[in-house]
Design a protein around this ligand. Sequence first.
Ligand code: NOJ
Ligand code: CA
Length: 541
Amino acid sequence: MRDYWYKRAVFYELYIRGFQDSNGDGMGDIPGMTSRLEYLKRLGIDCIWLLPMYPSPGHDDGYDIMDFKSINPEFGTLTDFQLFLDKAHMLGIRVIADLVLNHTSNTHPWFLEAKKGPSSPYHDYFVWSDNPDKYANVPIIFQKSETSNWAWCHECGKYYWHRFFTHQPDLNYDNPKVREEMLGIVRFWLDKGLDGFRMDAVPYLYEREGTLCEGLPETHEFLKTIRRLIDESYPDAVLIAEANQWPEDLRQYFGDGDELHMAFNFPLMPRLFMAIRQEHHGPVVDIIRRTPELPENCQWAMFLRNHDELTLAMCTDEERDYMFKEYAKDPQMKLYSGIRRRLYPLLEKDIGKVQLLNAVLFTIPGSPVIYYGDEIGMGDNIYMGDRDGVRTPMHWDDNRNAGFSSCNPSKLYAPVITDPDFSYTSANVQVEELIPSSILNWMKRLIHLRRLFPSFSNGKLRFIFAENKKILSYFVEYDGERMLCVFNMASSSQPLNIDLSEFAGCRPVEVFGGAEFPPIGELPYQLALGPYGFYLFELCG
Ligand code: NOJ
Ligand code: CA
């Protein structure tokens, strides 16, 4: 079996503006992030995913791009970027970046030209209409911020199509020149040594009347064209789909192993939070059973949180109401169809729950993605606008501005978290590296364990059912290695009796501490689990 690096990798989602400021202007930048690479090496991650680093007016935090082949001057220069990339590679860390195929900023020179009207060679780079009735059934993604997917352009007297903010006109993929431009952008960054892309908003590339304009055959065809380029010229690069879709639709982005290598597992994510709240394995088991198998060269990207709101798009109305009731008690916490909170506050700062969900995330086959700051249990700020409250500066130490910047605190692009419960004075890298039992040091051990046992990345999963529905348990197996994972989703201690007779004679060894448990026999195996307790066993012998 071939070894695919991205199937074994632990990813780290990094927000450049929030990571480290090097020049005291109150904003994180590329040289700052380069100076923190050793930290990421110590953490043990394999691949960084950079949020958009391109020039942008910043109305959607860089997802509104003015120039796809350059670096936002607030972050540095192309040379800074190359130095960052080279140092990351020297340390054995790969780097992927966001690739925003679907739209540009309305300040992109293409759009400025396009607005001049049909005589402009760029007019056809975007999607225009004389009336706003086309594609009438297509949902609006940024509900409340936007009232239509069409916006009126005074200058050319037509409407243009935008699936996201008004200032993000969608590119017209029916135009071969657009497709060529985008392939050129892919080549540009991979030639610099980038290791792949997180492909933003991939379902929305093409529009067709009478459809929801999501995941159309033409869209998949173009994604396959990008993949052919990768396979021919950059065979080690990875493409990860951001497609907030149900399992059956998501499955299509993998093609027959000839489309994208990975896709974020959007349906699983909210169900991990549901399961722990309902103290029941049901939500997780049901969605995994509904999730189709992937081709051998493909992998799920597994995540708990990211830079956006915790999206509940892949929930039924009932499930969404439940999630809002349980996890967004203050209306300030709601945004679009989701919840704008970080992992630690969501889980009420309960380290047991944080460890439990991470342990599930790291052992269900798939590649985990850690959102910057979540590894140290950073808090959020629900009083900031849009999604800014989960994008505050990284906490490095308990000095001024949490060690993020030397600037006057009022100059920071966003305040550091000072809430007594989550203050940077204790939730920071320096303090946590010194405390053996900190969440940071625990995450390092988890990352290390995942590397030791390939079943967690490549394995086949099989649930085991016991009478106690509060327990989630499964085997993962790979190449003769057999792992048994048992999780108590409840806040109370729980007994467990499971039939492991197929493994009679094996000795379970708990992998965090190395303790050997009583051998498995023909009778039901008995275990007791503390609140949110779990065991990861290797079945030896
Ligand atoms: C998805 C990104 O994650 C989000 O932050 C952004 O606003 C939209 N795509 C639009 O690009
Ligand atoms: Ca700076």
